[in-house]
Design a protein around this ligand. Structure first.
Ligand code: DSN
Length: 417
């Protein structure tokens, strides 16, 4: 047995993984959708479980030898149900987008109407964007944000739902920094007789920790990813409390959409769901929010504009318009100083999706590394300094050295990469 079989077999890939690990050790990952799962989750994901084919559901499979796989997937299902207060869970979706696809396949016919948040105002590609399958196969109409407050425009949500009578309403976003009022969405869906789906991909960890309003009992279906704030293996989950939907969703996932489920990832989800039931996870999520709010305060103090004036969750969205900078320019300048954050459209953005006028700054990954308010304040000052001195190489070189020094004090919780 080789101690390092990867290095022996494939020095190129091993070398690149080492470089990627160093990038994380010497940098700060502020991509709001990213996180570092625990060593326990990673061990499950890298285990023998990737060998098996297990089409079907626990107890109802097509292949032999799945006695233990069944128990593992059932544990993941039971933990998901318990953590989120649901009586049905499907833990097989390979991603959040595939969880959403399965819901559409289960509930809708091609051409049916979906009402969702506009991608340009904070929504998600898989919520009906014309560039995505969801926008091609369904008739999608959109709500957005109030131009002044940058909070969901409830008058529009209600008016569009009444007029368009969608079959499905989606409550969920990928760059909306404020709380989502599922109760209010529930009232609109009830009045217009639409199904209501919450996509809590970004906020799943906050919901699990009781730090964001819960989508149940207002939503018929909840989808999520498991690797963002929830800090698990990569993938998706679908939940419901509606008995009549369970079978339809199971059949939509398989054989409707997917082949063999990734049982190693499902085991990683199970481990993460167990971790999410612990007090330490609630402490972690509280720190994620506290760090995002500290970042917001620091950036406001530095004179920057934040979409919706701040944050209730795990990220802030900076509007760069007043500096006449694009999100692309700022993303690239931050990358030069080893701070990683993605360009993002802001509400009513005048720039293209490639340029954008915003930068999204998330705290889940740096909080997992152990950064708290004191360090986050410093990170906020550095970000503001880069934005205000985007072409000053001397300042950027100094900040990069300081970022590396800080990052090295907060190593990743892994022995090997
Ligand atoms: N790509 C994810 C994000 O950055 O929000 C959503 O799919």
């Amino acid at each position: 047995m080789f101690k390092n079989p990867l290095a022996k077999t494939d020095s190129q890939i091993a070398g690149l993984i080492r470089k990627e690990a160093l990038r994380h050790q010497e940098g700060l990952d502020l991509v709001a959708a990213e996180n570092y799962p625990s060593p326990a989750v990673r061990q499950a994901v890298g285990s023998v479980l990737s060998t098996c084919y297990a089409e079907g559901c626990p107890g109802k499979r097509y292949y032999p030898g799945l006695k233990y796989i069944d128990q593992i997937e059932q544990l993941a299902i039971e933990r998901a149900k318990k953590l989120f207060g649901a009586n049905y869970a499907n833990v097989q979706p390979h991603s959040g987008s595939q969880a959403n696809q399965a819901v559409y396949l289960a509930l809708l016919e091609p051409g049916d109407k979906i009402l969702a948040m506009d991608l340009a105002q904070g929504g998600h590609l898989s919520h009906g964007s014309p560039a995505n399958f969801s926008g091609r196969f369904f008739n999608c109409v959109f709500y957005g944000l109030n131009e002044k407050t940058e909070i969901i425009d409830w008058e529009k949500v209600t008016a569009i739902a009444r007029q368009e009578k969608p079959k499905l309403i989606i409550a969920g976003a990928s760059s909306y920094p404020r709380r989502i009022d599922f109760k209010r969405f529930g009232a609109v869906a009830k009045e217009t007789k639409a199904y209501l789906m919450a996509d809590i991909a970004h906020i799943a960890g906050l919901v699990a920790a009781g730090l964001h309003p819960h989508p149940f009992p207002y939503c018929d279906i909840v989808t999520m990813t498991t690797h963002k704030t929830l800090r698990g293996a990569r993938g998706g989950i679908i939940l419901s409390n509606k008995k009549d939907l369970a079978d339809k969703i199971d059949r939509a996932v398989f054989p409707g959409l997917q082949g063999g489920p990734l049982e190693n990832e499902i085991a990683g989800k199970a481990v993460a769901l167990k971790e999410a039931g612990r007090k330490s996870f609630i402490r972690y999520q509280k720190q994620v929010v506290a760090n995002a709010q500290t970042l917001a305060k620091t950036l406001l103090k530095e004179g920057l504009d934040l979409v919706a004036g701040g944050t209730d969750n795990h990220f802030v969205l900076v509007n760069l318009t007043k500096y006449n900078l694009s999100g692309k320019q700022v993303q690239e300048a931050l990358e030069e100083v080893n701070i990683y954050a993605n360009r993002n459209v802001v509400p009513y953005d005048r720039r293209s999706k490639w340029q954008t006028s915003g930068i999204r700054l998330g705290t889940p990954a740096i909080t997992t590394k152990g950064l708290k308010e004191k360090e986050v304040r410093q990170v906020g000052v550095w970000i503001a300094e880069v934005i205000k001195n985007i072409d000053d190489q001397k300042i950027k070189n100094r900040i990069k050295a300081e970022v590396i020094k800080l990052s090295k004090k907060f190593p990743l919780p892994y022995e090997n990469y």
